[in-house]
Design a protein around this ligand. Structure first.
Ligand code: AVJ
Length: 326
């Protein structure tokens, strides 16, 4: 994308525009779920986390409440100092359970949240300053991979990396393996990661979590089109698309689509292209995989980690899996 962008409507984000261009030109059409998270997307995801149907955050919160002592024992084994890093920190609601406990125990650690949204980081840092003034925080803005590559191998202190919320579910297995292998490459032997996995369970429970009756998840998904309209000068008519979600209990793949309700054309200024939609043609916008222990073991083994401990909530909906770099 070497084009001059219209300054008023468009962000100078060539990767964004070119990814949208290839996604809408492809067959089948697809857009990455990473583009959900503008300010409105962040707000809608916060709202999703408060829904009764969206059990994931509460389950992980409960795991942390129950196992915070054990986690500190593993992270700081024999009182060693460590860096607690977090990918995609968000508002820190769950992480604060750990941060509070670790601080109360006078653990020797600092907290380094990493997020693509500088705005999210600022809010997190200022809330931590008020709630846990003794905690040392250093927010790092950027893509996980960029920050990963910047992570110093030479700092002798142990790193513990949190990747919570089943964000790992947004990757297919081969993508997850390559992501985690890159993570492993920037860690030293003995460093740890704690990864949140949403587990396979009653398919109806999963369907409800991703297709809530209040339409919050629908709005969250549809906001992607709003964002393309605002930031890339697209002309999506939101009344001509609907949100559809499916779950395959065999593969554990929970997928979201935006379905075209009519034969139509959409023009995007930033890509200087028009895209054609057949009636009922889907755009695949998200995969949220559900896991079992075999898949978790395979992920760890294929990316250079050993599973230390699997922590579960009482419903067995969710697992936080603690790994060590081998
Ligand atoms: C933030 C990626 C963990 O996949 O469960 C929530 C996003 N999508 N409802 C998930 C999401 C629809 C969420 N993650």
């Amino acid at each position: 994308m070497e084009k001059e962008l219209n300054e008023e409507v468009l962000l100078p984000t060539d990767t964004f525009a070119s990814e949208i261009d290839s996604g809408l030109s492809a067959s089948p059409k697809a857009i990455s779920s990473r583009y959900f998270y503008d300010a409105e997307g962040d707000r809608l995801f916060q709202k999703i986390m408060q829904l009764d149907e969206y059990y994931l955050s509460r389950a992980e919160y409960a795991i942390f409440e129950e196992h915070k002592e054990l986690l500190l024992q593993y992270f700081a084994d024999q009182g060693t100092a460590f860096h607690l890093m977090e990918f995609g920190a968000g508002d820190g609601w769950k992480t604060k359970v750990l941060l509070r406990h670790f601080t109360e125990q006078h653990a020797k650690f600092d907290y380094r949240p990493i997020d693509i949204s500088g705005n999210v980081l600022q809010e997190l840092e200022s809330s931590l300053q008020t709630e846990l003034p003794a905690l040392q925080v250093q927010g790092m803005e950027g893509e996980y991979f960029e920050v990963l590559n910047q992570m110093q191998k030479t700092d002798g202190q142990r790193k513990v990396v949190l990747f919570l919320g089943s964000n790992i579910g947004n990757f297919r297995q081969h993508q997850a393996i390559s992501f985690l292998s890159s993570l492993r490459a920037s860690l030293n032997e003995g460093d740890m990661v704690l990864i949140g996995f949403d587990m396979k369970k009653d398919p109806h429970v999963i369907r409800d979590a991703y297709d809530d009756p209040w339409g919050v998840t629908r709005d969250f998904n549809m906001n992607l089109l709003n964002r393309l309209n605002k930031e890339l000068g697209a002309n999506f008519d939101l009344t001509k698309f609907k949100h559809y979600q499916s779950y395959d209990p065999q593969s554990g793949e929970c997928k979201s689509y935006l379905i075209s309700l009519a034969e139509q054309e959409v023009t995007v200024q930033a890509t200087e292209a028009t895209y054609y939609f057949k009636k009922w043609e889907p755009i695949h916008v998200e995969i949220s995989r559900k896991f079992d222990f075999e898949t978790i073991d395979e992920l760890a083994a294929s990316s250079g980690f050993g599973v230390v401990k699997n922590l579960r909530d009482t419903d067995e909906y969710f697992t936080d899996s603690l790994w060590v770099a081998t």
